[in-house]
Design a protein. Structure first.
Lengths: 86, 194
């Protein structure tokens, strides 16, 4: 199954623009979310936008409440949830 | 399947080293009015000073039962006003939860403490906090304080909210917030140990 990373990345960039956030640089797997430039408002709207697009919010049913620290962990939460829905 | 749950639990002595570790992180200090590094001894003295002090309240923010940060109220004048502050010390948190903290501060000040006015002070370089307060439509004034960070001097912006203003806009704010944030706001709990 293909990763949702490209879609999430595109929507993150769109959301950053819409919420007046300046991304600090190229997102890579180890980029810490708190340091990527998308702030709390931006992430809140990104998660809502991803729910509209994907039809799910993985944080609603996150097992062990293992919240993401990095970009790759954020994407993995969506990929893992999507793979369970197939 | 109910989504993240955010609770605010009165600080206890067993929390204070964790709080000191968070408070001493550079990213927290750079946005604090007092950016000094805190020692264990200072932290213990600070905590002992909190006991029996009705002008200050400190809560540990719990995300699904796990401590992640601090929400505090100070300069509390019973029936009148107080100031507030918060920070998220952990990096592994629910993305976007800062909005819930802003909502929680207003709920606690007006519904739990019955105050008439809540005030927040934000260093002008703290863009995240400025944006959060502006999103919630706090009244804003330049204030007269400044803080030095290295060779730079920044203004401290004062934000205030009155109980009447919050009563007028609380429900519309819940409608305006992203849905998952609004749901979390409606589930917050303050757990006070007296």
């Amino acid at each position: 199954m293909k990763s949702l990373e490209p879609v999430i990345r595109e929507l993150l960039i769109e959301t950053a623009d819409a919420t007046d956030c300046e991304l600090t640089g190229e997102l890579n797997a180890d980029t810490v979310l708190l340091e990527c430039g998308l702030d709390s408002i931006g992430f809140a709207f990104l998660v809502a936008r991803l729910e509209e697009d994907f039809g799910f919010d993985p944080f609603v049913a996150l097992e062990n409440a293992e919240y993401p620290r990095t970009w790759s962990e954020f994407v993995s939460i969506y990929d893992n949830h999507a793979s369970r829905e197939v | 399947m109910s989504g993240p749950k955010i609770d605010f639990v009165s600080i206890t002595k067993s929390d204070i080293e964790q709080v000191r570790n968070w408070r001493n992180k550079p990213r927290i200090r750079q946005n604090s009015l007092d950016d000094s590094v805190i020692s264990s001894e200072q932290q213990l003295n600070w905590f002992n000073g909190l006991l029996g002090d009705n002008a200050r309240k400190y809560f540990i923010i719990h995300l699904d039962g796990r401590p992640v940060g601090v929400l505090n109220f100070f300069e509390i004048l019973e029936g009148e006003s107080c100031k507030w502050g918060c920070y998220i010390g952990e990096e592994r948190v629910w993305p976007g939860m800062g909005l819930v903290l802003n909502f929680a501060s207003l709920e606690y000040a007006f519904h739990c403490m019955g105050l008439n006015k809540l005030v927040g002070e934000v260093i002008e370089s703290n863009h995240t906090a400025l944006k959060l307060n502006r999103y919630f439509e706090w009244s804003e004034s330049p204030g007269s304080k400044t803080v030095a960070r290295g060779e730079d001097v920044f203004r401290v912006i004062e934000f205030s909210f009155t109980r009447d203003s919050w009563a007028d806009c609380r429900d519309s704010m819940l409608d305006r917030l992203p849905e998952q944030i609004s749901r979390a706001c409606q589930k917050i709990e303050f757990i006070e140990v007296r």
